[in-house]
Design a protein around this ligand. Structure first.
Ligand code: ATP
Ligand code: MG
Length: 265
């Protein structure tokens, strides 16, 4: 059974895309799945967040046509491979935008990754530019992290419109896997209001699991680790485990790895 490509996208900056991509990838890898994280942001935050260097081969090469099998490198985390990014990716994106076939380029080059990895996460930059368009054209599902704050809702309708346009033009089977509420402060009415508003708009597409605002989550990247290994017992780690398990439930056609007993998958 081939794996599935998830784009983690929201054109708004700082909403938790990278944190969500890194931690979901880490949770599913720890659960025994073969996971590939593709850092498609020139900021290379997912790369440094896993303690990896933004050097050598990178997602730039992926956009130059190199196969993912040659670019995926193992990380310190078992089952978790990474195609890192580096700042040059900004230039590669500009080149891509000038090419006629530029929008479906990643869809072509990344496709073989689903034969080797059960879950492929693509961490997108904070824009709806050529990199994000390529990620959405390549993905079968989109995960949208949303920060629990007032302006969060404003950009969402634009994002949903863009998803419709991508579906019509580039990727008819693209589906919204869900909206994940991040940086929730359980004590504030604002967080509750944003959650209620999202519930109204997205219904069951809003993940039941919510990610709290947590110092441990914010600290983890500076140690080059996902929060689920940096502080496995923290509320943030627990929340990301719940999100990951909910994602598995939502993609139930993708079987979990065979249990340790060796039963066939
Ligand atoms: N639940 C959380 N609690 C506290 N801090 C968080 C949480 N989630 C993310 N952060 C911090 O907020 C900042 C933005 O998060 P992150 O980098 O994941 O967002 P992003 O959407 O990927 O940003 P960008 O749009 O720049 O790519 C980071 O410093 C991160 O460590
Ligand atoms: Mg990011």
């Amino acid at each position: 059974m081939p794996g599935r490509i998830y784009a983690v996208a929201n054109q708004k900056g700082g909403v938790g895309k990278t944190t969500t991509a890194v931690n979901l990838a880490a949770c599913l890898a720890k659960a025994g799945e073969r996971v590939l994280l593709v850092d498609l942001d020139p900021q290379a935050n997912a790369t440094s967040g896993l303690g990896e260097q933004a050097n050598g081969t990178s997602s730039c090469d992926l956009l130059d046509g190199a196969p993912p099998g040659e670019l995926a490198r193992p990380t310190r985390f078992e089952n978790l491979d990474l195609i890192p990014s580096k700042p040059d990716l900004a230039g590669t994106a500009a080149d891509l935008a000038r090419r006629g076939d530029g929008e479906r380029f990643l869809a072509e080059t990344l496709a073989p990754a689903v034969d080797t990895h059960a879950f492929v996460f693509v961490d997108c930059p904070p824009s709806l530019g050529p990199l994000t368009v390529n990620a959405l054209a390549a993905a079968s599902r989109v995960l949208v992290p949303v920060q629990a704050e007032y302006y969060a809702l404003e950009g969402l309708s634009q994002l949903v419109t863009s998803l419709g346009a991508i579906r019509a033009r580039l990727n008819p089977t693209l589906a919204l896997a869900g909206v994940i509420l991040t940086m929730v402060d359980g004590r504030t009415k604002l967080s509750a209001d944003v959650a209620a508003e999202l519930e109204r708009h997205f219904g069951p597409l809003l993940f039941r699991a919510r990610v709290p605002r947590s110092v441990r989550i914010a600290e983890a990247p500076s140690h080059g680790e996902p929060v689920i290994t940096y502080d496995p017992r923290s509320a943030g780690a627990e929340a990301y485990w719940k999100v990951a398990m909910e994602l598995v439930d939502r993609s139930s056609e993708v079987p979990l790895a065979a249990p340790a007993s060796g039963a066939p998958a």
